[in-house]
Design a protein around this ligand. Structure first.
Ligand code: BES
Ligand code: ZN
Length: 617
């Protein structure tokens, strides 16, 4: 410990005395999705000073970057659809020349700024444009409260460059601070130290003292209030959602404590969740200190809170140790799904989590089948060069990744795996990791150490599912399968043993209905179980897929309402996909989509435009 402290203070001294000779020996991995060249000059701290203008739907102001300059005469940023007004160097703001490369529709433009060999600060004056895909500006009508507008950002994977110039690679970390001016009746919150109430000035200050990659910088502005849950946890939401959210997330503090017991100290101080309006395109996003979440997990019975466990787990796998490029995303998501399920197991028990493992494997197998047909790669390590990194987002990094970690658990036992993961996180604290670096570490610290025999290369580099994939079989699901069987043999739905079913059993039931189920059979089930009006979004969404498949028209008005309100990609994409399987369905889907599209975030709209062959009128 003493030794460590000595080193820490020695580097600090060095940094204080000779900033101009600071050189960066970090070896940066080439990131195919970023123009930046960090080995020349790299951002170490960002200070944003922005005005949030709802009328113009624009952020504008100044971004100040403290850089580590390795004797370079240029620094390169990623930008996309930004309006760069002026760039100056140093505290005395000497005007600098810069150039923007030709625009690429996915990656945007490289912003190359000419600097001096001793430049340590760059100031960029800019504003966002209508092409800022990270931003979603919502009208009051699109919020829960219906009275105030709302703004939120989504940075992952490469959208941060659409709202501030950045070296937009997960391998480049920097600290940040921000000063934001927002309309007086609104509150701003970020992935940083946050205010807990509105003030009269409408000016809010933020700081994030731990270095984070650009994709984890996030902002929300709206009629937002805060309520504490535990010592280190709390919820932000619109006033009409706040009490419900506090009830739903009552286990958050326990989750945090369980997570720390598993894999070591939580490094970010506070852990809060913000419940966003329903157009948020994801279930959750692990913005440090402040998870962004869809309101579709507010089920009223705490049944969908494993999503919070997932985003919380990213505080280790993802935010504390980060995938070096988006080709390594399984290092973020696979470990996080495994970790999520360990938290869920600790809090809700083994029987509960077994259902999630089995549902997860079902998803994975369905995806693998689809990918085999389409020829899409299904290895853990991806090859997304030249493509939108969003294309790599599938059950492969999540479920195949998690099952690989589960295999490691089975090979060596939990105790050894847990020790390994603890050490792994600590050894790579606030660093990034490539798949290859990880495999080296795994080999030395786990496989060789415990003389294990694991087909790592097959799991990581080959398509498909290795034969030794662990298969968790849920005892609870046996009952569901029996119920499905007796129903198929004529037992009335009311007589099935469904009394204590959680949403997981219901999901298993709905997903395993016969593919050729008729609309009238659907109606009988609906009358008994009221799926069409389920308050549980997972159950409703799974049911709606079956409803479209069986042409069960009674559900269509609710499906339309759902598609009009909810923008969560995981729900809406399968519904539209099911619709387009028939000509009539496709017509209906396009009709609904034309009305619903303005409610969707760009991330969902882009996917759906392609799926539906939709062109803006
Ligand atoms: N980090 C992801 C969301 C993400 C991934 C956004 C890649 C953009 C690009 C987040 O942690 C996540 O995985 N969310 C899931 C929920 C989870 C319980 C599987 C989601 O949104 O469905
Ligand atoms: Zn995740």
């Amino acid at each position: 410990m003493k030794k460590l402290l000595f080193f820490a203070s020695a580097t600090l001294l060095l940094q204080c005395h000779s900033p101009e000779t600071k050189t960066d020996n970090t070896i940066y991995v080439k990131d195919p999705h970023s123009y930046s060249q960090p080995e020349k000059a790299v951002v170490k701290h960002l200070a944003l000073d922005l005005k949030v203008d709802f009328e113009k739907q624009e952020l504008s102001g100044k971004a100040v970057y403290d850089i580590q300059n390795n004797n370079s005469n240029e620094i390169i940023f990623d930008t996309r659809n930004l309006n760069i007004q002026k760039i100056t160097l140093g505290e005395d703001e000497k005007e600098a020349s810069f150039s923007l490369s030709k625009n690429d529709s996915i990656f945007g433009q490289a912003l190359t700024i000419n600097i001096e060999k001793n430049t340590s600060r760059v100031n960029i004056y800019y504003s966002t444009t209508k092409g800022a895909e990270a931003l979603q500006w919502l009208t009051p009508q699109q919020t829960a409260g219906k009275t105030q507008p709302f703004l939120f950002t989504q940075g992952q994977a490469i959208l941060s460059r659409t709202w501030f110039p950045c070296q937009d690679s997960p391998g480049i970390r920097f600290t940040y601070s921000a000063k934001l001016r927002v309309p007086k009746n609104l509150l701003a919150v970020m992935s940083a130290e946050n205010p807990v109430a509105k003030n009269d000035s409408g000016v809010y200050n933020f700081s994030m003292p731990q270095p984070v990659p650009a994709y984890l910088i996030a902002l929300s502005v709206g009629d937002i209030e805060f309520k504490k849950i535990g010592e280190r946890t709390g919820v932000y939401a619109e006033p009409v959602m706040l009490e419900k959210s506090v009830y739903e997330f009552a286990d958050m503090e326990d989750m945090l404590i369980s997570a720390e017991k598993l894999y070591g100290k939580y490094q970010w101080g506070q852990y809060d969740v913000i419940v966003l309006p329903p157009s948020f395109p994801f279930g959750g996003m692990e913005n440090p200190r402040l998870t962004f979440a869809t309101p579709t997990i507010i089920a009223g019975d705490r049944s969908l809170t494993s999503l919070v466990a997932h985003e919380l787990a990213h505080s280790w796998s993802g935010n504390f140790v980060t995938n070096a490029t988006w080709d390594d995303i399984w290092m973020n998501e696979g470990f996080t799904v495994y970790f999520e399920r360990r938290i869920v197991e600790a809090i809700y028990g083994k029987e509960y989590v077994e259902m999630q493992w089995q549902l997860g494997l079902q998803d994975l197998e369905a995806t693998l089948e689809e990918f085999q047909e389409s020829g899409e790669e299904s290895s853990l390590k991806l090859h997304l060069q030249g493509r939108n990194p969003d294309d790599g987002l599938s059950d492969i990094p999540y479920e195949k990744g998690a099952h690989f970690v589960l295999l490691l658990e089975q090979k060596a036992g939990r105790e050894k795996l847990d020790k390994f993961l603890n050490d792994y996180f600590n050894a790579h604290a606030f660093k990034t990791i490539t798949t290859e670096e990880f495999l080296k570490y795994l080999d030395a610290e786990f496989i060789k150490k415990y003389s294990l025999d694991v087909n790592v290369d097959e799991w990581v580099y080959k398509n498909g599912l290795p034969a030794n994939c662990p298969r968790v079989v849920s005892a609870k699901f046996k009952t569901v399968e029996q119920a499905l069987y007796s129903w198929s043999k004529g037992t009335k739905p009311e007589l099935l043993p469904t009394k204590d079913w959680t949403c997981h059993e219901w999901l298993h039931f709905i997903r395993n209905l016969p593919g050729n189920i008729s609309a009238s059979e659907m109606e009988i089930l609906d009358n008994a179980f009221h799926f069409t009006n389920s308050g549980n979004s997972e159950v409703a969404a799974a049911w709606y897929v079956q409803a479209i498949n069986s042409n069960y028209k009674n559900a269509y008005p609710e499906i339309e309402t759902f598609l009009m309100n909810v923008g969560r990609r995981k729900f809406v994409v399968p519904l539209y996909k099911q619709f387009v399987k028939t000509e009539e369905g496709k017509r209906l889907a396009l009709e609904i989509y034309a009305k619903a599209r303005p409610n969707y975030h760009s991330v969902a709209a882009i996917t759906l435009d392609e799926l539906l062959g939709y062109k803006l009128p």
